[in-house]
Design a protein around this ligand. Structure first.
Ligand code: G3P
Length: 215
């Protein structure tokens, strides 16, 4: 499974990249607004740090405007992937941009048929939001199961990018299902390596080592 980071914060991206596990980055308008500054400049800076797909989202809502905005985003860097919400207008934009060989990440996916339509329109990635489904008492991970089955039935190559991840168990479950990518917020990435028994075990090893007078 590929590991993306879900942030526009360049310091978080640099720290995660230093761990050596970063395959790409996803942003959205909220994440860009959180760090402030010009979206295109932020995306360009991210592309300088990470050699992998970097999703930048359109804010237009009409297909023609999404297409113009998407083409401009794609010009920022070869690794830019244009994130488009899965509305009726979005679907038209996904088709046009994908036909132009621009990589599209279809976002705000909350039911399996939205993923199938995005894939049929040519999206390179679909982003089901599992945490936001959990928030309304639905089982977000069930959506990943369903999308994986549908894509497998039809040999669809669109990658399933698990988004809206809230904790390490979401990452574990996504990997067990065989999702292609998990996009993970930095605080969750930091938790992935933590286990109290690892800390206790290491402390004991080092204390025992100090007691060994012959070394
Ligand atoms: O980038 C899209 C997605 O990961 C958003 O997550 O936590 O705002 O639901 P969240």
């Amino acid at each position: 499974m590929k590991f993306f980071i879900d942030t526009a914060d360049i310091r978080e991206i640099e720290q995660a990249a230093r761990l050596g596990l970063l395959d790409g980055v996803t942003t959205n308008p909220s994440l860009i607004a959180k760090v402030g500054g010009n979206r295109d400049h932020v995306l360009h800076e991210i592309c300088r740090v990470v050699d992998g797909p970097v999703s930048g989202e359109v804010v237009a809502v009409q297909a023609e405007e999404m297409i113009v905005e998407g083409r401009a985003l794609a010009k920022i860097h070869d690794n830019i992937c244009v994130k488009i919400p899965i509305t009726q207008e979005g679907l038209k934009a996904i088709k046009t941009l994908s036909d132009e060989k621009i990589k599209v990440n279809a976002t705000l996916i909350f039911q399996p048929i939205q993923a199938l339509l995005a894939a049929k329109a040519g999206a390179a990635f679909v982003s089901p939001f599992i945490g936001r489904l959990d928030d309304i008492s639905q089982t977000g991970m069930e959506l990943i199961h369903q999308v994986k089955i549908i894509f497998s039935n039809y040999h669809i190559e669109t990658e399933v990018l698990v988004a809206s991840i809230r904790h390490p168990m979401h990452v574990v479950e996504a990997a067990m299902i065989g999702a292609d990518i998990a996009t993970i917020p930095f605080p969750v990435i930091q938790k992935l390596l933590n286990h109290p028994l690892t800390d206790i075990g290491l402390e004991k090893f080092l204390n025992d080592w100090k007691k060994n007078k012959t070394t």
